[in-house]
Design a protein around this ligand. Structure first.
Ligand code: SAH
Length: 191
C-alpha cells in the first residue's frame, strides 16, 4: 500500500506550536525509521503532528507525547483531518516521564526534549527491542553531537545525516530556489 507524504500546506497550524517537519525531512525520517505496519512508534515532542501523521498512516500504533497542550490539540486536529486518530494515543506529559509508562514500542522518534535529551535517549533506547530504531531530529548542532555521544555510550552505531534542502518556485522568468533550514538526523539500530 502506498501512502503519500502529506504536503506541508495541508496541515492545520497553531501559533506557537512548531512544525510540521518539512515534507522532504519527513520523507527521510520515514526511511530511517524503517517502518512497517507491525511497528509501535513513540514520538516525543509531536508538535503540529507532522511526523506523528506519517507514522500513523504506516504503523500499527503511535504514542505521541508533548509537554505543550496546544501541540496535543493541534496534533489531534491533524490526525482527525486525515482520518488516522484511532491509531494514536496522545499524551500531554514531559517526554521522560511519559516513557516511564509506555511499554512494547519498536521505534522511537525524538523531535523535542527541552534539556532532557540524554535522559530521554537513554530511557528510550533501553526499552527498545534489539533491531528497534531510534531517530533524533535536530535544528541545533549540539542536539546532534549529544545524541551521537549518548548512543555511542549505549553501544549503538549512530548514523548522522544533515539535509540541506532547497525548494524551487517556478516563475515566468525561471525557477527560484529557496533554502530551508538545515536539519540533522541522528539514527541508530538497537544492538
Ligand atoms: N516533529 C514535529 C515538530 C516537533 S517541535 C512535527 O513534525 O510537527 C518540538 C516539540 O517538542 C514542541 O512541540 C515542544 O513542546 C516539544 N517538547 C520539547 N521538550 C519536550 C519534552 N521534554 N517532553 C515533551 N515534549 C517536549
Amino acid at each position: 500500500m502506498y501512502f503519500e507524504i502529506t504536503p506541508d500546506e495541508d496541515f492545520i497550524k497553531t501559533d506557537g506550536v512548531p512544525g510540521p517537519t518539512k515534507h522532504e525531512i519527513r520523507a527521510l525520517v520515514i526511511s530511517k525509521t524503517c517502518l512497517t505496519d507491525e511497528d509501535v512508534v513513540v514520538d516525543v515532542g509531536c508538535g503540529t503532528g507532522g511526523l506523528t501523521l506519517e507514522f500513523a498512516k504506516r504503523a500499527k500504533k503511535v504514542y505521541s507525547i508533548d509537554i505543550n497542550p496546544d501541540a496535543i490539540q493541534t496534533t489531534r486536529a491533524n490526525l482527525e483531518k486525515f482520518g488516522v486518530a484511532n491509531k494514536v494515543e496522545l499524551i500531554e506529559e514531559e517526554g521522560l516521564q511519559a516513557l516511564d509508562h509506555i511499554e512494547d514500542f519498536t521505534k522511537l522518534m525524538i523531535g523535542g526534549s527541552g534539556g532532557n535529551l540524554q535522559n530521554i535517549i537513554e530511557a528510550g533506547y533501553l526499552k527498545l527491542p534489539v533491531g528497534g530504531r531510534i531517530i533524533i531530529t535536530s535544528i541545533v548542532l549540539e542536539t546532534a553531537t549529544e545524541s551521537v555521544e549518548m548512543l555511542k555510550a549505549l553501544g549503538a552505531n549512530p548514523e548522522v545525516v544533515t539535509l540541506n534542502v532547497s525548494k524551487g518556485t517556478v516563475l515566468d522568468r525561471g525557477v527560484m530556489m529557496k533554502a530551508l533550514n538545515p536539519i540533522t538526523i541522528v539514527s541508530a539500530r538497537k544492538e
